[in-house]
Design a binder for this molecule. Structure first.
Ligand code: AMP
Length: 216
């Protein structure tokens, strides 16, 4: 089974993906994570991407399409994959469609997490993650059980994303509205778009998504 999870920054895509990976054995393909790995490695692509990411702008389509194409081809995606943060533009959606038809693959569900944009800025500015195992936390909604210690691996170092600053979040929301939201009708016409209220608890959102996957 192959899924796309869509929604503005801060909608909880990453958190839901973590659960879906655990339960259904799918591989998460996050273009944001791939780009951050490029930035950390100091590659040419990473240097270019960092400037755009820190400004809250999108990275050019051709770079993203090449990156995702090589990932979909990997044997680890045999059980299926979840695309997280891709496609984000009409050109990317068209390229994905073409790429999948050539490989005789298809997207079974596109899950759109619908959230109130007003609260996204506060949601994002409070989030941080474990520097070692990448478990996600939040200053208000999901603190570690023991202050300063990761619940999952015990590490004591945490990271905050440089693009979670309020002014960058506003640019990212604009990019979503102007460039990503227009691809939703494309999936709606194909009958695979499922809109889920992303404002509930993580557990409620997950149960709704799980139900869609199991029962269509
Ligand atoms: P994310 O972790 O999905 O919020 O992505 C972080 C940033 O990486 C975005 O704000 C964009 O600058 C860049 N990015 C991630 N995925 C894409 C994509 N599919 N197309 C263009 N830029 C992307």
């Amino acid at each position: 089974m192959n899924l796309i999870i869509l929604g503005p920054p801060g909608a909880g895509k990453g958190t839901q993906c973590e659960r879906l990976v655990e339960t259904f054995g799918l591989v998460q393909l996050s273009t944001g994570d791939m780009l951050r790995a490029e930035v950390t490695s100091g590659s040419e692509l990473g240097k270019k991407a960092k400037i755009l990411i820190d400004a809250g702008n999108l990275v050019p389509d051709d770079l993203i399409i090449a990156m995702i194409s090589s990932q979909i081809d990997r044997p680890s995606t045999e059980n299926g994959f979840i695309l997280d943060g891709f496609p984000r533009t009409t050109a990317q959606a068209n390229a994905l469609h073409k790429m999948l038809s050539e490989k005789s693959l298809k997207i079974d569900h596109v899950i759109q997490l619908a959230v109130d944009e007003e609260i996204i800025v506060s949601r994002l500015s409070g989030r941080f993650s474990c520097a070692k195992c990448h478990a996600g936390y939040h200053d208000i909604f999901k603190k570690p059980n023991k202050d300063g210690i990761c619940d999952k691996c015990g590490a004591q170092e945490f990271l905050r994303r440089s693009d979670d600053k309020p002014e960058t979040v506003r640019s990212r929301l604009r990019a979503y509205r102007e460039q990503t939201a227009p691809i939703l009708p494309f999936y709606d016409e194909k009958g695979v778009l499922k809109v889920v209220d992303g404002m509930g608890s993580m557990e409620d959102v997950y149960n709704t998504v799980r139900e869609i996957i199991l029962n269509g």
